[in-house]
Design a protein around this ligand. Structure first.
Ligand code: PHB
Ligand code: FE
Length: 324
């Protein structure tokens, strides 16, 4: 039996069917089915929802968000391309790729509704696999606490007076099981007269040890275009990110394995095993996916300059920031 939908757009598994331009999105007990004129694709539902929640929360992020080797989005900052096979050498070689461009708000709203309808009770797409229930089964309940969670964005710096508060047990953020050894002492701040409210410090390790999500960078400090985005990582980065600018990683604790491939074709380029203290600059012409055997702390350093994609595309900038 196929995945039929009734007049109200709900299929026999209880899930809504969504359309975005020529794309149709359906889910059953195990899978997401994506169809477009001339093709179709199938993905495990948990994998799809974990990529979807990040694409929505990051407002399509920088550059390309590959949900897997076939389906994904490209951010053009105001419009977004939804594609199948665009960055897949096989699809491209046989001219089977399909791309449609949408107003960002329309694409995001559709994805948000899909995320909300398809996330069932007990499943948290931002959580590590050991810390969430299953994504599988017929439609039952929902998890709006998980899907409506907003990313922490500090106005000046987390913990600064009037800015986003630091996490503590009282606010419902206990220390994660993998970070029970992380020192929780806060630094003493002695401010020179006249600078009260302008000087601040906090224990970033303690802060991160209480993060309840994985693979979701929080914008923690902003100086002009310099965005410091620390995050906690466990298991697999649920998207394969195609960069449109250089991105720096500072490994703050533990270990993450990165698989790095050509952004356009997916041809493998490098492996990087990053251990605490390691720093890397991911070039502007790659795609990468991280694998974290144990919850780890990572500082993602992004350059938010909106001119960068054009500067790389027109070769005014080299894709790698450093020559050794
Ligand atoms: C990335 O694609 O560079 C990325 C995304 C999410 C993370 C870390 C890195 O948590
Ligand atoms: Fe990236």
């Amino acid at each position: 039996m196929g995945l039929k939908s009734d007049a109200s757009g709900v299929n026999e598994f209880g899930y809504r069917v969504f359309k975005l331009g020529g794309f149709t999105f359906r889910r059953d007990e195990y899978f997401t089915h994506i169809d477009w004129p001339g093709g179709g694709h199938i993905m495990p539902a948990d994998k799809f929802l974990k990529a979807l929640i990040r694409d929505v929360a990051w407002n399509f992020f920088y550059g390309t968000v590959n949900f897997d080797e076939v389906f994904g989005t490209v951010n053009h900052y105001g419009t977004v391309e939804v594609f199948a096979g665009l960055f897949n050498a096989g699809y491209r070689a046989s001219n089977k790729h399909h791309v449609e461009s949408f107003d960002t708000n329309l694409a995001r709203t559709t994805f948000e509704e899909m995320l909300e309808d398809w996330t069932i009770e007990g499943f948290d797409p931002f959580a590590a696999p050991e810390e969430t229930g299953t994504a599988f089964g017929r439609k039952h309940g929902g998890n709006s606490r998980a899907v409506k969670r907003t990313r922490v964005v500090a106005k000046r710096m987390a913990g600064m007076q009037g800015d986003t508060p630091l996490r503590s047990d009282a606010s419902g953020f206990p220390v994660n099981r993998h970070f029970s050894d992380v020192n929780q002492d806060e630094p003493e701040v002695h401010t020179e007269e006249g600078f009260e409210g302008e000087v601040h410090a906090f224990n970033l390790f303690a802060y991160l040890s209480r993060s309840d999500v994985t693979w979701n960078p929080s914008v923690c400090a902003v100086v002009k275009d310099s965005l410091l985005c620390p995050t906690t990582e466990e298991f697999t980065l649920p998207v394969i990110h195609g960069n449109d600018r250089v991105e720096w990683f500072v490994q703050l604790s533990d270990e993450i394995h990165w698989e790095i491939a050509d952004r356009e074709t997916g041809a493998p380029r490098a492996r990087a095993v990053m251990k605490a203290g390691d720093v890397s600059a991911m070039p502007a012409d790659i795609r990468h996916q991280g694998f974290s055997p144990k919850r780890a702390m990572l500082l993602v350093w992004e350059n938010g300059n909106p001119k960068l994609p054009e500067m790389y595309a027109t070769k005014q900038l080299k894709p790698n920031p450093v020559d050794f």
